[in-house]
Design a protein around this ligand. Structure first.
Ligand code: CA
Length: 231
């Protein structure tokens, strides 16, 4: 899958091309439609639609309704010029709709675009957050005590495997199969080495309480309950 495609529906050529340039530079694929008819004929579901309300061949609100009929989960940011338009937009019964009022700052619009497209990512990939440790599985990022920590690939995979079965034992065999290879054979010593490395990266001292409990000869368990830990 490529970058999210953003459909820009705007009949003002200068505004349309400015938006397109800014979004391209921010790493999004864009499609520009300058009429309601073009907007309706977009072949694939966009990740997000930036929709001008005043179009030469129709009303942006009707376009929004038609697009939502096709793709009920579609997110739309309305670009409204007048206060009365804003009232209409706010009156629409759809949680998918956001709006900006013209003239808007590009930075503000980009922030909203980021927020909406990030929300889409979040739907797909879970984020673990216990207040101290945040694991963003989609972005493969780990934040501990407010600072990002860098894990090796297998350490990250192991962490995700443990936290996605919080408070349950994951056996050594399951961990080897899921994190390493379904055809692993031989020693599972590498698992213990990676667990020790993971504990270090999580700032845990040897012998001190750990989020990861070892069950001798069985496997490991991630304890989500906040235990007494040195601060
Ligand atoms: Ca217009």
């Amino acid at each position: 899958m490529g970058e999210p495609m953003i459909l820009i529906v705007e009949d003002d050529a200068a505004i349309g091309s400015n938006l397109q340039r800014a979004l391209d530079a921010a790493g999004y694929d864009t499609t520009l439609a300058s009429t309601a008819a073009d907007a309706r004929s977009v072949p694939i579901e966009p990740a997000l639609v930036l929709l001008d309300l005043g179009l030469p061949d129709g009303d942006g609100l009707d376009v929004a309704k038609d697009l939502l009929d096709r793709w009920p989960e579609l997110r739309i940011i309305m670009m409204t010029a007048r206060a009365d338009e804003m009232d209409v937009v706010l009156g629409l019964d759809s949680g998918a709709i956001d709006y900006v009022t013209k003239p808007f700052r590009l930075a503000e619009l980009l922030a909203r675009v980021r927020a909406h497209t990030r929300a889409l990512d979040d739907d797909a990939a879970p984020v673990y957050d216990d207040g101290d440790l945040i694991v963003d599985t989609g972005a493969r990022r780990v934040i501990l005590g407010g600072s990002e920590i860098v894990l090796r690939a297998k350490e990250f995979d192991l962490l995700v495997e443990l936290i996605s079965h919080s408070d349950k034992v994951v056996t050594r065999e399951q961990l080897m199969t899921r994190v390493w290879d379904e055809n692993w054979f031989g020693s599972t010593k590498t698992l213990d080495v990676h667990i020790a490395a993971l504990r270090r990266r999580l700032g845990e001292q040897p012998g001190a309480p750990s989020r990861i409990t070892a069950l001798r000869g069985v496997g490991y368990r991630w304890d989500s309950v906040d235990r007494e830990r040195p601060t």
